[in-house]
Design a binder for this molecule. Structure first.
Ligand SMILES: NC(=O)c1ccc[n+]([C@@H]2O[C@H](COP(=O)([O-])OP(=O)(O)OC[C@H]3O[C@@H](n4cnc5c(N)ncnc54)[C@H](OP(=O)(O)O)[C@@H]3O)[C@@H](O)[C@H]2O)c1
Length: 258
């Protein structure tokens, strides 16, 4: 598929993990992609991988906690590729803190990176888009959650609401949707996980496995493309069915019992 021929896309937080997978997918479908993040070396590796696969990519360093960097990221993209059609707000962090113990620093760290930056990037991008699509990376923690991952879970729920607000305010020229991944295997989540733990996690998913960056990239590419021309303000959950499972004292082993 070449759904992004002649399109220009920014993927924030694409120096590694899900963002790198999304950048690679959009480039493989024809987009000129701006790869971004704070780690220049990792960002240049993502760009090199895209170019080796025959795609077009350029790295712009940006700290998404810095409003000035966000504006520069959008302007540098337009200067490099002469337009902007797709923004994927993906750069994110989390803290392992409960609502009773999180500090103001924890709050600022997560809210500035995962929430304020999504708004500011979308606002600047909208200014520069004639038509296009914005995709906000949420989480299945926006729908149901576990203890001690606050304010991440609250912020991700906020992203689903912010997406609806943007869909109204940026329509009809720009569509805005949310992709909410579940357990996705990246270095950060599974890098130091042993095989037994990984198998236990796979077993609690109706799909019998964890997600991959490419699973998420497929959903992002869909909502960003004209295939989703009538989809805006919505949230697509990409979690292998995990949020469909009602917790009880008996849980099936999806991989082995079926
Ligand atoms: N993996 C999962 O299981 C999972 C599940 C649900 C949702 N998500 C969401 O998916 C997104 C990506 O997660 P991931 O698992 O791929 O994480 P990751 O591997 O840790 O990658 C995070 C990316 O965000 C960038 N980033 C972090 N802080 C930044 C800042 N201040 N400025 C610019 N870039 C920044 C990092 O780049 P630099 O360090 O180079 O700046 C990196 O490229 C996040 O929004 C996360 O909440 C992930």
């Amino acid at each position: 598929m070449n759904r992004f021929t002649d399109a220009v896309a920014i993927v924030t937080g694409s120096t590694r993990g899900i963002g790198a997978g999304v950048a690679e997918r959009l480039a493989a479908e024809g987009a000129s992609v701006v790869v971004s993040g704070r780690s220049e070396e990792d960002g240049r590796e993502t760009v090199a991988a895209i170019r080796e696969a025959g795609g077009t990519a350029h790295f712009v360093r940006a700290d998404m906690r810095d409003p000035g960097d966000i504006e520069t990221l959008v302007e540098a993209t337009v200067a490099e590729f002469d337009g902007l059609d797709v923004l994927v707000n993906n750069a994110g962090v989390e803290t392992y803190t409960g609502a009773d113990e999180a500090t103001v620093d924890d709050w600022s760290f997560v809210v500035e990176t995962d929430f304020r930056a999504f708004w500011l990037a979308a606002k600047h991008a909208y200014d520069r888009m004639e038509t296009g699509a914005i995709v906000n990376m949420s989480s299945n923690h926006s729908l149901a959650t576990t203890p001690e991952i606050f304010p991440y879970n609250a912020v991700k729920a906020g992203i689903n609401g912010m997406t609806r607000a943007m869909a109204l305010d940026f329509g009809p020229s720009v569509r805005v949707n949310t992709v909410a991944p579940g357990w996705v295997a990246v270095e950060r989540t599974t890098g130091d996980m042993d095989a037994d733990r990984r198998r236990e996690l796979a077993d609690i998913h109706p799909t019998g496995r964890l997600g991959t960056p490419d699973d998420v990239a497929g959903a992002v590419a869909f909502v960003a493309s004209d295939d989703a021309a009538f989809v805006t303000g919505s949230t697509i959950t990409v979690d292998g069915g995990r949020t469909a499972v009602l917790q009880d004292d008996f849980l099936p082993n999806y991989r082995e019992d079926r």
